[in-house]
Design a protein around this ligand. Structure first.
Ligand SMILES: [Zn+2]
Length: 290
């Protein structure tokens, strides 16, 4: 009997203007006044997931859940896992432990007001849990989370944890407590790690390369954790002005072809929600975070 290795299809559920950390990124007070694309763009993703029979994990921004609770209910009703992407899309390493906990609680309240299922997973904005804030994992555990998916095992524009394993592992929190970690799919190119499984890299790289890299990971027994945003496929989104040429390229390259690429990707591997990868987590390597 062939064992089917599932990969995790994850979506960071946020709007077109939730672009991190640019001088022109609108502050939260402005968000409600901007035209929204999140319902339309998410509907496209949901239809493709349904057509492929794939259940995914949606790491939902609490702000979006508070404003569009029906959208979160629709995602859950179609069988997908609802998880937390924090409330205000703030970089974790720019927050105090107290502020990080408050943002997490606020997101969990918004999600729990929208859907009745318990929230097991968390992903910080921009993979921003770094070695500077190892306490973040303790906060997640204390607030009842069952796994984290915030680690990018390399340097990243907004964070990253160079040296972290690229396969699932457990953070050893001490005192017998652990927190399972599902790092985002990456590949080493020289001394750098590339998060090929999502966002700008997904849109930039040829689809055949992405699919081959996933097969390569799977051949080593490692599931791939990919990540996309509704805006990655949204050809009709407004363009955020004032990004500068490099950020503008990263934010919008390949959006036009991304939908077809996504459909091919769904059909090319076995996919499930992130929580399904936690089976057997007890036997994963335990890593100390300090
Ligand atoms: Zn995000």
């Amino acid at each position: 009997v062939e064992v089917v290795l599932r990969n995790a299809m994850t979506i960071d559920l946020e709007d077109w203007f939730h672009i991190l950390d640019a001088a022109s990124s609108p502050p939260m007070e402005k968000w409600e006044h901007l035209p929204s694309r999140v319902e339309t763009a998410t509907a496209t993703l949901l239809d493709h997931l349904d057509a492929a029979g794939v259940k995914a994990t949606f790491f939902c921004l609490g702000w979006v859940a508070q404003r569009y609770p029906r959208l979160i209910r629709a995602v859950a009703a179609r069988g997908h896992e609802i998880a937390s992407h924090g409330f205000a899309h703030a970089l974790a390493h720019r927050q105090s432990a107290v502020a990080f906990r408050e943002d997490l609680r606020r997101s969990l309240r918004a999600l729990e007001d929208a859907v009745s299922s318990p929230v097991l997973g968390y992903r910080a904005a921009g993979f921003s849990i770094t070695p500077l804030i190892p306490w973040a994992f303790e906060v997640l555990r204390e607030e009842g989370l069952q796994y984290d998916a915030s680690v990018f095992p390399g340097r990243h524009g907004h964070g990253g944890w160079p040296g972290a394993p690229s396969a699932p592992f457990c953070w050893d929190l001490g005192g017998g407590e652990v927190l399972p970690e599902l790092p985002v799919a990456s590949v080493r190119v020289g001394s750098r790690s590339l998060a090929f499984g999502g966002g700008g890299y997904f849109r930039l790289a040829p689809g055949a390369l992405t699919r081959a890299l996933i097969r390569h990971l799977n051949a080593q027994g490692t599931p791939a954790v990919t990540y996309l945003h509704p805006r990655d496929l949204d050809r009709d989104q407004p363009i955020l002005s004032g990004l500068g040429p490099v950020r503008a390229f990263k934010c919008y390259v390949g959006v036009r072809g991304a939908e077809a690429k996504f459909v091919r990707l769904l059909g090319a591997s076995s996919w499930g929600p992130a929580r399904d990868l936690l089976v057997g987590a007890e036997s994963w390597p335990h890593i100390s975070m300090r």
